[in-house]
Write a protein that binds this ligand. Structure first.
Ligand code: SF4
Length: 418
């Protein structure tokens, strides 16, 4: 089919196949791609509303055994600048989130072999006991798989236990490109193959959880492999309907083992528009201002995005690889309204929560995102002394910490709600 024929098919509500998508992605003028994507956005969201969420992106540990070569965030076991956040530190971050109108915590971290499943369950229970209305959008599919392997329990059982402890939804991180050739080159094949990532999401959807889907493009994959990724997501969405949204971001090469160069803004906009066209069974596409900056983020609203993502408050992973954009709620709303849309706060399910929070309650401006930790040196939270560790270094640390006060292996009480 020619590009005009494919465009006519899309405008008539038809579905593109792999060959249509390839022809468009590689050959259509950028302006046409944008127009087609914008028309789909307008059909799906006719009220000119663009949404965003106020939540905080908390990375509970940077210690990770997966060692993806595109990641500048992780530290190996035993590193001096490795960290695990204490429950009390996480509570302080939640307090700060609630104060600026937030209603959700996005909680993700490294594959730390010294944090057993019980630590996550206790954390989730403690959070829910203290903040019953807060939503926990936590643990990407590779983290769930890591816990399944660590605990020797099936993925479905791990998800069930996490849900019983307070998990509300699962973020779509760790997808990178869902093609095993690419995953081997990125050294992320062993953390989760493409089938395993899809499998965790399928189990989550079957269990009734809603999740997001992501794509990190611009490292070593071909354009065809990006499209293969999109079609794998579309197939699962057709099967379960469990994805609430899709988010694409470009690989950030600074300080990574893989290195390389970052994709350009035009490549981002073409990828976003193509995703909007292919993912016709997805309701929502987010703009990735975190990797593209506010100006390209705003332009995304003309290339298929109907959501500006999260106010975020804190970010550690992308910043470690060189991107340090910040937009507080005032700035996100300014960008949405300046593009001719109506800005509305939402939750993870894309239900509208209301007007911008700062217009109802005075909130101090923020001109930089927080980080997980400001100090250096590994200081382990005292509460870890009661959890089983796998590495020798952690076992020794925990035994030393537990010796004066408790019998080793007796888990301390989770902090009581106030
Ligand atoms: S991307 Fe995630 S899993 Fe991979 S090394 Fe970084 S923290 Fe670990």
């Amino acid at each position: 089919m020619s590009i005009p024929e494919i465009a006519a098919k899309i405008r008539a509500g038809g579905r593109v196949d792999a060959s249509d998508a390839r022809a468009l992605y590689l050959g259509a003028p950028t302006a046409l791609l944008g127009r087609l994507a914008d028309e789909i956005r307008a059909r799906k969201h006719p009220g000119r509303t663009v949404t965003y969420i106020i939540d905080r992106n908390v990375n509970y540990t940077n210690v990770c055994v997966a060692r993806c070569n595109f990641c500048a965030f992780y530290r190996p076991v035993g590193a001096r600048d490795g960290y695990v956040l204490a429950f009390e530190e996480i509570f302080r971050k939640i307090d700060g989130t609630l104060a600026v109108g937030g209603e959700q915590l996005l909680l993700q971290g490294g594959h730390n072999p010294d944090l057993p499943l019980e630590w996550y369950e206790d954390l989730f229970r403690a959070v829910k006991a203290r903040y019953p209305a807060l939503r926990l959008h936590a643990l990407s599919p590779p983290e769930v798989l890591h816990l399944s392997r660590l605990s020797r329990l099936p993925v479905g059982e791990v998800i069930g236990r996490l849900v019983a402890a307070g998990l509300d939804s699962i973020p779509g991180g760790g997808a990178e490109i869902l093609v095993d050739r690419v995953r081997r080159l990125l050294n992320c094949h062993s953390k989760a193959t493409a089938d395993e990532w899809i499998g965790v999401m399928r189990e989550a959807h079957v269990a009734g959880l809603r999740t997001t889907a992501t794509m990190m493009y611009g490292s070593v994959e071909t354009p065809e492999e990006r499209l293969e990724h999109l079609f794998r997501l579309r197939a699962l969405q057709d099967e379960t309907g469990g994805f609430t949204a899709f988010i694409a971001w470009s690989y950030q090469p600074e300080h990574t083992e893989l290195a390389g160069v970052e994709a350009t803004a035009v490549e981002y906009l073409r990828t976003l528009a193509t995703a909007r066209i292919v993912l016709d069974s997805f309701d929502n596409l987010q703009a990735s201002w975190v990797t593209q900056g506010g100006k390209v983020g705003q332009l995304s609203l003309a290339f298929g995005a109907n959501d500006m993502g999260s106010v975020m408050i804190e970010e550690n992973v992308v910043r470690a690889a060189g991107a340090s954009y910040c937009m507080d709620e005032v700035e996100i709303v300014r960008n949405i309204e300046d593009a001719g849309f109506v800005a509305r706060r939402r939750n993870m399910h894309y239900q509208i929560l209301g007007e911008p929070f700062f217009r109802t309650v005075p909130v101090p401006r923020r001109f930089g995102l927080d980080v997980a930790r400001t100090g250096d040196g590994f200081d382990e939270p005292a509460e870890l002394a009661g959890y089983a560790a796998r590495t020798r270094a952690a076992r020794q640390r925990r035994e030393a910490a537990a010796a004066p006060q408790a019998t080793a292996g007796t888990r301390p009480e989770a902090p009581a709600p106030e």
